[in-house]
Design a protein around this ligand. Structure first.
Ligand code: BV8
Ligand code: ZN
Length: 244
């Protein structure tokens, strides 16, 4: 996308953004890429000879919980020194200026919270929280790495990462809150997601169907780039601050 088109896209999006009352933003791995977090489908998405998709499943965890915990401990170690980038901070600032704002993220890295985002929904859970496979107790545990085969403090059953694996249902309360926000927004901004994973991938189209203006900010084009009203190609860490 030539610089002029990018600037036109930004100008058009800016105008819509600052006249909107209700804004929803959906983010994916791309918004954390400039913080050094490997995206799922980029080359960084690999760990040893595994693809993230093969390990982020309940089947992988029941077959080899030790291997799956090694994968999540690797991500926890990798994330520890990383910090939010200007794209995260720009969204936190937009949240403060828009009357009704909801951030919906597919990411589990916690960088939005670190950047000051508060009105947000984590569709796929959070890497820093663990849940007991026995008593369902849910705690934030920032030890890096976690002990091998971590056990629940109260019932001693095996803990699992508090994330949504492929093939698992999303938390219905979180999903309903996301659909509520999407159904009533004036503008939806979709940032840094390849639009591969459901149900998040369909949310932009759902917003459009309900009459919202939908804009995309993404490094590459996606299956939705020609469907949304505005599509800006570039790095979210460079584009989003230009909206302020
Ligand atoms: C569900 C947590 C109902 C774990 C994640 C066939 C078989 C099996 C399942 C399915 C199937 N067909 C559909 C499904 C459902 C499945 C699915 O969608 N599969 C896809 C892959 C086909 N979905 C589910 O299973 C969901 N549950 O549907 O429940 C159900 C239940 C039972 C039975 C039937 C139905 C659960 C999905 C949640 C999975 N968990 N994460 C973990 O992280 O370890 S998803 C994972 O992928 C991350 O959360 C990530 O965010 C997400 C999506 O990826 P993206 O965020 O889009 O990242 P990606 O790398 O793909 O793209 C990055 C983009 O950024 C790129 O476009 C790139 O160009 C761009 N970019 C890069 N740098 C920048 C940038 N953009 C801007 N600036 C930059 N600097
Ligand atoms: Zn327990």
């Amino acid at each position: 996308m030539a610089g002029k088109d990018v600037q036109n896209g930004i100008d058009e999006l800016k105008e819509k953004l600052w006249q909107a009352r209700r804004v929803v933003v959906l983010t994916g791995a791309g918004i954390s890429a400039e913080s050094g977090v490997p995206t799922f489908r980029g080359e960084g998405g690999l760990w040893r000879q595994y693809r993230a998709m093969d390990l982020a499943t309940p089947e992988a965890f029941s077959r080899d919980p030790k291997l799956v915990w090694e994968f999540y401990n690797w991500r926890r170690e990798l994330l520890t020194p990383l910090v939010p980038n200007p794209g995260h901070f720009a969204l936190a600032e937009i949240e403060r200026r828009i009357p009704e704002f909801t951030l919906i993220t597919q990411n589990i890295d916690g960088l939005h919270q670190k950047a000051g985002s508060e009105k947000m929904l984590e569709l796929h859970g959070n890497l820093w929280w663990v849940r007991c496979t026995g008593c369902e107790s849910l705690v934030e545990d920032r030890r890096v790495p976690l002990p091998e085969m971590p056990a629940c403090a109260s019932c001693n059953a095996l803990l699992r990462p508090h994330v949504v694996w492929f093939g698992e249902m999303l938390d219905p309360r979180i999903l309903n809150a996301a659909y509520e926000a999407i159904s009533n927004c004036d503008l939806m901004l979709v940032v840094g997601t390849s639009g591969t994973v459901q149900p998040a991938a369909s949310m932009g189209v759902q917003a459009k169907r309900r009459g919202a203006t939908v804009a995309e900010v993404n490094l590459e084009s996606t299956p939705y780039s020609d469907i949304y009203h505005i599509s800006i190609s570039g790095k979210s860490g460079e584009i989003l601050p230009r909206l302020l």
